[in-house]
Design a protein around this ligand. Structure first.
Ligand SMILES: [Zn+2]
Length: 342
């Protein structure tokens, strides 16, 4: 079995965006998430033509699926609009998982608010895990959308959320949303900045001493982290911090959303294979075909296949690590499928 740990519903039917536009146009009206006008046929069409077709073509099986990250928009609207928006997006993911239980498992969008507390986010996580069967959450370290007004991820501000994550045994993918700071292109800079920033915060903080079972996936191959691994090792040393292996790697994982073979080769040369999860972020940030290869940039399985990985590493990266980091996946799969390996 091959698990893609990083997919968003970027092709959601237009009824979802109509709902969002209405609530942002008039916060007082606050349309109900139950009013999202999307039919099952529209959901099927939106996936069959895109994620499901590509998944079948590329030979992947199960996608850990969350709402479109760039549309989370935690810097927009009020806590009430954000809560209704997260609920609408998560309910749609739940319908996808119901329609295609062998192809998708859900991950929740949280109704974070720049400057707000985490009560609504904790409540929505609880609903998504307990009622919708979701296996993880996306956590935005910068709800301000590129202005970085939130406290570092290691600050006690975040602890109530982490306590619930540990209680539910769900990991978080660190994932920012759109950038409203013109200095940072969303997917080209803001995303990668956040990945790199989160890792350095984990190096600096004592978070995992307080939460030994807390788990984070840093997407997009870890941003600049693998390329600058020596810098982070050296900084940890200079700052009197534990080694990266002792201080961070028991709790932090990277996906393979690096859109060329040399980048994935570097990732796997530097980061232990226990800490890498196959991911493509398909259909997502980069949708084109690389003229040098004739294949989509985001066809990351192709780069991994070209690396001639040994059987053990391949099994870990393509499914074993995902099942370990997201233990609730195994509970959703038939026992036979869960033990089938890669
Ligand atoms: Zn993403």
């Amino acid at each position: 079995m091959i698990i893609d740990c990083h997919g968003h519903y970027t092709t959601a039917p237009s009824g979802l965006q109509t709902f969002r536009a209405a609530q942002l146009a008039d916060a007082d009206a606050l349309p109900s998430p139950f009013d999202v006008a999307v039919s099952d046929d529209e959901i099927r069409a939106s996936l069959e033509a895109a994620q499901l077709r590509l998944s079948r073509e590329r030979g992947t099986d199960l996608t850990i699926f969350s709402p479109r990250a760039s549309a989370m928009g935690h810097h927009l609207g009020t806590e009430a609009t954000g809560t209704a928006w997260a609920r609408a997006c998560n309910d749609l993911i739940a319908r996808v998982c119901e329609l295609y239980p062998d192809n998708f498992v859900g991950v929740a969008q949280l109704p974070q608010v720049a400057g707000g507390d985490l009560a609504a986010s904790i409540a929505e996580m609880e609903r998504c895990v307990n009622e919708l069967g979701f296996v993880g959450i996306n956590l935005n370290p910068d709800p301000s959308g590129g202005h970085w007004t939130a406290l570092p991820l290691t600050d006690r501000f975040w602890y109530p959320l982490y306590e619930k994550m540990c209680e539910f045994d769900v990991p978080a993918m660190i994932h920012v949303s759109a950038s409203c700071n013109a200095n940072f292109h969303a997917t080209g800079a803001h995303y990668l900045n956040a990945d790199t920033t989160a890792f350095m915060q984990f190096v600096q903080g004592d978070l995992f001493a307080d939460f030994p079972s807390l788990r984070f996936v840093i997407p997009h191959g870890g941003g600049a982290v693998p390329y600058h691994w020596g810098r982070f090792r050296g900084l940890a040393q200079d700052l009197g911090r534990p080694t990266l292996e002792e201080g961070v790697l028991g709790n932090v994982f990277f996906d393979t959303c690096v859109y060329h073979r040399p980048g994935i080769a570097l990732l796997l040369d530097v980061v232990p294979h226990d800490n890498v999860l196959f991911g493509s972020e398909m259909v997502g940030a980069v949708r084109g075909v690389d003229p040098r290869t004739g294949h989509n940039y985001d066809d990351t399985k192709r780069y991994l296949d070209a690396l001639d990985l040994d059987v053990v590493s391949r099994a870990k990266i393509f499914s074993g690590n995902a099942l370990r980091v997201y233990p609730r996946i195994a509970r959703r799969l038939a026992p036979a499928a869960a033990s089938a390996g890669a």
